[in-house]
Ligand binder design. Structure first.
Ligand code: ADP
Ligand code: MG
Length: 242
């Protein structure tokens, strides 16, 4: 059974359709990348999954449950998702440890000691154990983004949504964030990500989706999309970014 099933999703902003009948299935342990020009609808699709946007037509199912049903418990859905964006959005007045343990403690009602132990394990796993007591402004951009991803992991999500997590970083800091995502894939995490790092996208993705003006124009195994795309628009896009 798939973790996420997106079925005929449309999204309009002021009469303009920015998602046009998107169909997509994400299976356990699968890494799906969304690629496409700026404005093609990648972030909007992730925001619909996270219920930051409501869809105008179609359905999205998470573990079989229709999360586009207006009666759905939004908090309960978000509990099952881990999200990281381009902007790190760490709480500046809280230490790394407190940033990471906030959601497990407040939302998932995990005891403080247990939440801190789990956070510590994650910090060790991702090489940031010595930063537990640091504040975000004492960290590099790459370290902040790694903490933001760890924070998303702390609630043991079913599915991670990563939207351009390396785009705000200096090139030399991108590598350490990509390394985390690689490790997540190896650990079997199911992910949907958007990225401008095409080499990385090709390496890490099981499935690549090319969005063009809100249409999911082409979808397939990464190797296929990168070496023999079917659509001229996909070839054109890849030529422009590779
Ligand atoms: P991408 O992430 O692929 O760059 P987006 O999903 O951010 O694309 O945007 C898709 C389209 O939707 C763009 O034309 C953008 O201007 C528009 N859009 C996104 N969010 C809003 C919003 N809140 N209100 C109006 N238009 C929006
Ligand atoms: Mg975007």
């Amino acid at each position: 059974m798939s973790i996420l099933t997106i079925d005929g999703v449309w999204k309009n902003f002021r009469g303009h359709s920015v998602l046009r009948g998107i169909d997509l299935e994400v299976h356990p342990h699968e890494v799906v990348s969304l690629i496409g020009a700026s404005g093609s609808g990648k972030s909007t699709l992730l925001r619909c999954v996270n219920l930051l946007e409501t869809v105008d037509d179609g359905t999205i199912r998470l573990d079989g449950e229709d999360i586009t049903d207006p009666r759905v418990n939004v908090d309960d859905v978000r509990k099952r998702l881990g999200i990281a964006f381009q902007a790190f959005n760490l709480f500046p007045h809280m230490t790394v440890l407190d940033n990471i343990t906030l959601a497990p403690r407040r939302v998932h009602k995990v005891a403080k000691k247990q939440a801190e132990e789990q956070a510590h394990d994650l910090l060790v796993r991702f090489g940031l154990a010595d930063k537990a007591r640091a504040y975000p402004d004492q960290l590099s951009g790459g370290q902040q983004q790694r903490v933001a991803i760890i924070r998303a992991l702390a609630t043991q999500p079913r599915l991670m949504l990563l939207d351009e997590v390396t785009s705000a970083l200096d090139p030399e800091l991108v590598v350490e964030v990509l390394e985390i995502i690689r490790e997540l894939k190896e650990s079997g995490m199911t992910m949907i990500l958007t990225t401008h790092e095409m080499g990385f996208c090709r390496e890490i993705s099981d499935t690549v989706c090319f969005l063009d003006g809100g249409v999911l124009l082409e979808k397939g195994p990464a190797e296929k999309i990168f070496t023999e795309p079917e659509h001229a628009r996909t070839r054109e896009f890849l030529r422009s970014v590779l």
